[in-house]
Design a protein around this ligand. Structure first.
Ligand SMILES: Cc1cc2nc3c(=O)[nH]c(=O)nc-3n(C[C@H](O)[C@H](O)[C@H](O)COP(=O)(O)OP(=O)(O)OC[C@H]3O[C@@H](n4cnc5c(N)ncnc54)[C@H](O)[C@@H]3O)c2cc1C
Ligand code: FES
Ligand code: FES
Length: 1273
């Protein structure tokens, strides 16, 4: 047999050797099966966008199982006998939606919708595999691999937990409410809500046939490569005895960690090799090396209960729960993990660590009957050519052994270890002294495994004495010598963390009587309970559907994958894919030419283009255009502006081929810079080019000065960058048409793309049509930066006369497309005894990267004041040019930095004069027209602030190594408008239904839903009769970028006015009728020749004026002082939304923005190579936005009661960004917690320098641990 057989949504497919090993299941599903509901982003198992469900019978027992996999990691050739279900197969408009899809939509668990199919499929797999018997904690724990940047996770968690057998009453009553209200508009196709169930019950026999008949080795492929699907070891050895250059593939998830760019000619798929599966238990527990991590965890859970000698495995299960995430663990195998460690000794393998801790053994086979058993350390040293890992042998551990393992990570889940540690203490019978000790650490250095010296020292000692503890710590201090390996956390932190973990283990194992009760909580790691949230708002039924809480209009189609994104345009005959060739060299180097020979020789590679092929101007930022200050090149022509700048484009028949070929293009340089790149504001200020790089942008002088100066403070703050982490990568598909090009862009600004493409191709603007149905997350990152991708794709399409797709791989996306501008601020402030500012001198620098475009220092300056009286403030702002990609707008740009700086100053003053920080804030409040003091009082009351503050003090008194803190922070967000934006409202005479199109981009913020609610309200018709169509430069030319939170309001206003125009036209007809229905009126109007379409353009010259948005937040955090990990216990966030146009949408905006802010201030860090300027954190493996378990455990949102807004649209206020500005409260809470720990350690009460972002490293290092602090009594 020379093909593999599998099914997708019940339909049989086959794949043969024409599919190379790098064709993933994801590529097949999307491009061959043409099912575009399954998405992709990272292609490395890190984001979850690609998750699908698989049903298969796997050895050893061939029991049929349903499990989720990341389709990006699975080679399609691995799918033999699989029954794959994609989101389309779960439910859709024709066959009816699945309860999971309905529930997620109803709970508002989808915003941009790009991540949504992945969530649905992971939940579907979980639900099916457990026959619906799920616990809430299990649900919440199973989504570590699914990232959602929009929602802040709470609504997704609620929706899915509502399926749990222990779902809380609040969620169940919400489900009932939603069902009663039938909140989702019905689909217009006849639904059969039960059909999905029937369709999904496949007869076992049908898919088993494939499996049962396929236990003979399959061979696919030809001379270039051969793929063997094998079922037993003898076949494996037969193949490897005849071939030298081969590779095993089991789950194939290892490529998520170490990317495979080239495959050897022989690939052996061993996933179904029966000899590598199963387990036996005699004295040892012997587990087949091909066992998946999920199966291993299930086995360990069971054995730990059944067999006392293996009770330690329950500790392992807890640890393994932190390894990768469910879809990876479902197919990732033990051997695959260990072999990653074998080939990359620096890999912090958790499995290796666990097994080594208990002196487990590994069996290596070099022939069917030729096996060798060895220690795990020894395994790393042997030659594995011609060999295979067969099994692992875990010993029983008597009660005399105590075990503790830790994995410390940058966020709660799905992150490799900063340091992992395993401790085994074996005591002598009836004595307190040690017979044997294992101390194993990961991520110290490639060669470090055991702390051997310390292990020796501890023999015959009682580990639970102060003396032994100090001895061990000093010994560890002497022998642990980590290496700096950016972007991994610093060697210093990793070393100190390793020591702290030893202390933690001792605290956790130490008998109660020997340890001070205050220290006990230090032995545990932070473990969150099931999260919860409340949303409190009023709704005025008299104006419904305005102000009515409804799900997004597109929620269901997003949950079923029917909602389309740019790259979901069906495959076109002859279409091509483009990939950037980048100048991976020091900035300042000069390109002299290119050698694309090797790339062009690859079959399927069709062309290579450089700047010289651009017929018009080589810029995606055309001059004489709003917000553009200077041109930026589409393709670097000569001087390289930053490491990784695009310089050429490869065109090929497949996306992966284009990416691979791009790597083969050689760029020649006339000059290669040797200067260290300028990467920060500090570098720029110090550099010899400071006068060119650092330019004054704006100076604001005070109008007043106070003379009661009692204290002066000089300080500085540095806020780093942030990657937008939109789930849909920068994407553009360009299709030639009879009169030009249709451009399907993932973009926030159609007009810029329209003009830039016309300019670069030297064609009229009207020959380019930009179409944006929706964008899979943008957060500002697709305002100006999307234009470069669109121009490049348009260039290829224009030169080739074919449809071209350009999708940036994550590494390129992160390096090329700009991030949040880092900011640096130094200030001097003089205050009186009460903390009232007498004068403030504030110098503020914004790092713009390599281009002055997207500079917003002046906006920041406007946002410094927030809710405070700024009449005594002197502010100087500077633009700074550095050697990085051009920085750009990122959700709440400028406002975040301005408000964060001011709040830092307030906290700093309070500390200096030893006053309460809220009182200091009140001292400095703007006196007139300022509701903030009242809102502070209110928020304190609803959050029970005073009582909880006391509880925090008590908690801290009783816990030396766990500290809590509670902080409050106010905000006034000065909203301003951008324009123009249009809307076109069309009424159909036949049935009175209405279509709307507008000039904003739907990117998750719910603009279409708001527009529909406004139109339904204005026209007095049901919401179901309104449809919002894609945005296009044909119907909405010349519109502004959708950003700054105002897009929804601007087009809502334009819609309102267009509706009013139509209503006015209908008035004459209506007068002549007797109280007609809408349909009758429209019909009559049509017959009378009334024009039933109207458009309106919103501009800033109209009655809609800027206004302030107010907010107050209270946040309580708990910090594990011995690791730097934290948990946000509760957040109470009050925001003034005016009379919200759409409360559920606004709740989603607020929660999502706040959580994105939490990521910015804590776990997200961009790290550059100091000598080359290369971005090192350019993957999901190294860059960590918050996951589902990083959000507040108790998240309470309140809208300001009875709020109105005369300046805004229909009394509403914008919600997209302000909440992000309040997230900085976390930094102050964390600092307070660290301060408490430092005071316990005996340090003077000094201002704590907690570097930002407050990563685990920065939190831990700010404590300044010393070995002598680690005590038992
Ligand atoms: C997103 C993500 C997060 C992760 N997080 C963690 C983490 O936190 N901690 C951690 O420890 N790991 C982590 N991993 C690694 C994960 O555990 C491994 O990817 C997985 O176990 C590999 O198993 P596999 O079957 O997919 O291996 P494959 O990818 O199929 O193979 C990996 C390597 O092992 C070789 N191999 C496979 N089986 C054998 C065998 N029997 N004998 C000899 N060689 C063999 C293959 O040839 C290949 O070189 C993560 C992975 C991903 C993708
Ligand atoms: S695309 Fe598969 S996990 Fe990101
Ligand atoms: S809805 Fe999850 S990323 Fe947009």
């Amino acid at each position: 047999m020379s093909k593999i057989l599998f099914k997708i949504n019940g339909r049989q497919y086959e794949a043969d050797g024409t599919y190379s090993p790098d064709v993933s299941l994801n590529e097949f599903i999307r491009n061959v099966a043409n099912l575009r509901g399954t998405k992709s982003m990272c292609h490395e198992g890190g984001c979850g966008a690609c998750v699908v469900a698989v049903q298969a019978a796997l050895p050893p027992d061939n029991e049929a199982k349903t499990f989720a996999v990341n389709s990006c990691l699975v080679s399609v050739l691995s799918c033999h006998g699989w029954e794959v279900t994609t989101v389309e197969g779960v439910g859709n408009r024709t066959m009816g939606y699945h309860d999971i899809q309905n529930r997620l939509a109803q709970f508002n668990g989808t915003q941009c919708g790009y991540c949504t199919p992945g969530w649905i499929m992971n939940m579907y797999s979980l639900y099916t595999s457990k026959n619906g018997k799920l616990m809430s904690s299990e649900v919440e724990n199973s989504f570590a691999g699914n990232i959602c940047r929009c929602t802040g996770y709470r609504p997704i968690a609620d929706a899915f937990k509502s399926f749990a057998v222990d779902a809380d009453e609040r969620l169940l009553s919400k489900v009932n409410d939603i069902e009663d209200l039938a909140l989702l508009s019905k689909c217009r196709v006849k639904c059969n809500a039960t059909r999905w169930k029937e369709n999904n019950i496949e007869s076992d026999s049908e898919w088993c046939i494939v499996n049962k008949t396929s236990n003979n080795t399959l061979t696919l492929g030809d001379n270039v490569f051969k793929w063997f699907k094998v079922y037993n070891l003898s076949e494996v050895f037969k193949i490897i005895s005849q071939n030298v250059d081969y590779k095993f593939i089991a789950g194939n998830t290892g490529q998520g960690v170490y990317h495979v760019t080239e495959y050897p000619p022989i690939i052996i798929d061993i996933f179904n090799v029966v000899d590598l599966k199963g387990y036996t238990l005699d004295i040892n527990l012997i587990v087949g090396a091909g066992t998946t991590l999920t199966d291993m965890m299930e086995l360990f859970t069971r054995i730990s209960v059944e067999n006392e000698d293996f009770s330690y495995l329950s500790e392992f299960v807890k640890h393994l729960d932190l390894v990768a995430h469910v879809p990876v663990r479902n197919i990732g195998t033990i051997a695959g993990n260990l072999f990653l460690k074998y080939t990359n000794n620096d890999f912090p393998s958790d499995l290796f660590l666990l097994f080594e801790t208990i002196d487990a053994m590994i069996t290596i086979g070099s022939g069917v009957n030729n096996r060798q058993t060895m220690s795990f350390s020894e395994f790393l040293t042997i030659n594995m050519t011609g060999k295979i890992i067969i099994n692992i042998m875990l010993p029983p551990l008597p009660r005399l052994c105590k075990i503790k393992t830790y994995k410390i990570m940058a966020r709660s889940q799905n992150t490799h270890a900063i340091v992992n540690a395993g401790f085994l203490f074996k005591f002598k019978p009836n004595q307190n002294i040690l017979e044997k000790v294992n101390i194993v650490y990961g991520n110290i250095s490639p060669s470090f495994i055991h702390a051997t010296e310390t292990e020796k020292i501890l023999i015959d000692k009682d580990p639970f004495t102060e003396e032994t503890l100090q001895l061990a710590l000093k010994s560890l201090d002497a022998e642990i010598a980590p290496e700096d390996a950016p972007p991994e956390p610093s060697a210093k932190y990793r070393k100190q963390l390793a020591l702290a973990l030893y202390y933690k283990a001792i605290l956790s194992l130490c008998p109660e009587s020997k340890v001070n009760p205050k220290y006990v909580s230090g032995g545990n790691v932070i473990k969150r309970n099931i999260s919860q949230g409340t949303q409190t708002f009023d709704t005025d039924e008299s104006v419904w559907p305005l102000n009515k809480p409804i799900p997004k209009l597109e929620a269901l189609v997003q949950c079923s994958g029917e909602a389309t994104f740019a790259n979901d345009l069906p495959a076109e005959i002859g279409e091509v894919f483009a990939a950037f060739v980048t100048a991976d060299v020091l900035p300042g180097s000069i390109i002299s030419g290119f050698d694309a020979t090797a790339a062009l020789e690859l079959p399927g590679v069709q062309a290579f283009y450089t700047a010289k092929d651009i017929p018009g101007s080589n810029t995606f930022a055309p001059l004489d255009f709003p917000l553009v200050t200077e041109v930026e090149e589409i393709l670097c022509n000569e001087k390289v502006a930053f490491h990784g700048q695009p310089a050429g484009i490869i065109v090929a028949s497949r996306e992966k081929l284009a990416i691979a070929a791009a790597r083969l293009v050689k760029i020649n340089y006339e000059f290669i810079s040797v200067k260290n790149p300028v990467l920060t504001v500090h570098d720029a200020i110090k550099s010899s080019e400071a006068s060119d790089r650092v330019k004054t942008s704006m100076v604001v002088d005070p109008t007043d000065i106070g003379n009661d100066v009692k204290s002066k403070i000089n300080d500085q703050v540095y806020f780093d960058s942030q990657y937008h982490y939109y789930m849909e990568p920068q994407t553009c598909v360009v299709k030639p048409t009879e009169d030009g090009l249709d451009v399907y862009a993932s973009a926030q600004w159609m007009d810029l793309i329209n003009v830039a493409i016309a300019g670069c191709l030297n064609v009229p603007v009207n020959s380019v049509s930009v179409i944006v149905r929706r964008v899979g997350g943008a957060y500002g990152g697709k305002i100006s930066r999307a234009s470069q991708i669109a121009c490049a794709a348009a260039l290829v399409s224009y030169l080739q006369g074919r449809t071209c797709r350009l999708i940036l791989p994550i590494e390129k996306n992160m390096s090329i497309s700009g991030n949040r501008s880092p900011t640096y601020c130094n200030f001097e402030v003089g205050v009186n005894a009460e903390g009232e500012i007498q004068y403030l001198k504030n110098k503020y620098y914004q790092d713009l990267g390599c281009s002055i475009n997207d500079s917003f220092t002046s906006i920041t300056v406007n946002h410094f004041p927030s809710c405070y009286n700024s009449s005594r403030w002197h502010i100087e702002s500077y633009n700074v040019i550095t050697d990085k990609s051009s920085m750009t707008w990122c959700r709440a740009p400028a406002t975040t930095e301005g408000i964060a700086t001011t709040e830092y100053i307030m906290e700093r003053i309070a500390f200096e004069i030893k006053k309460d920080a809220i009182d200091v804030r009140l001292q400095n409040m703007k006196k007139e027209d300022n509701p903030i003091p009242e809102l502070i009082d209110y928020t304190k009351k609803i959050s029970d602030y005073d009582t909880r503050l006391k509880a925090v003090v008590d908690y801290n008194k009783n816990n030396r190594w766990r500290k809590r803190a509670i902080k409050l922070l106010p905000m006034t967000y000065d909203l301003f408008y951008l324009s123009p934006f249009n809307a076109i409202v069309s009424v159909y005479h036949r049935d009175g239904t209405v279509s709307i199109t507008h000039g904003a981009t739907e990117m998750g913020q719910g603009v279409n839903t708001k527009v529909a609610q406004v139109a339904a309200y204005a026209l007095g018709i049901p919401l179901e009769d309104i449809s919002v169509k894609p945005s296009s430069s044909v119907t909405s030319p010349n519109c502004m970028a959708t950003g700054g939170s105002v897009g929804s309001e601007c087009v809502s206003y334009a819609t309102l006015k267009a509706c009013e125009i139509i209503k006015e036209r209908l008035e004459e007809v209506k007068k002549k009728m007797d109280n007609p229905t809408w349909k009758e009126l429209v019909k009559q109007a049509y017959q009378s020749g009334v024009y039933l379409q109207a458009s309106y353009q919103f501009t800033t010259n109209g009655p809609i004026k800027p206004y302030d948005i107010f907010g107050v937040v209270v946040l309580e955090v708990e910090v594990d002082i011995l690791t730097g990990n934290h948990e946000i216990l509760r957040v109470d966030l009050l925001e003034d939304t005016g009379r919200s146009l759409s409360p559920s949408i606004d709740v989603g905006q607020i929660e999502g923005a706040f959580v994105m802010g939490l990521g910015y201030w804590t776990s997200e860090k961009l790290i550059y190579d100091q000598t080359t300027g290369k971005l090192l954190t350019d993957r999901t493996w190294t860059y960590k936005p918050p996951g589902i378990k990083d959000v507040p455990a108790d998240f309470r949102i309140y809208f300001r009661r009875n709020s109105t807004n005369e300046s805004g649209v229909l009394q509403s206020k914008a919600t997209g960004e302000p909440a992000l500005c309040m997230a900085v409260v976390i930094t102050h809470a964390l600092r307070e917690a660290v301060r408490a720990a430092r005071l316990d350690a005996g340090y003077e009460d000094q201002w704590v320098q907690l570097d930002i972002p407050c990563t685990t490293e920065n939190i831990f290092m700010a404590v300044e641990h010393k070995i002598e602090h680690y005590k038992l009594k």
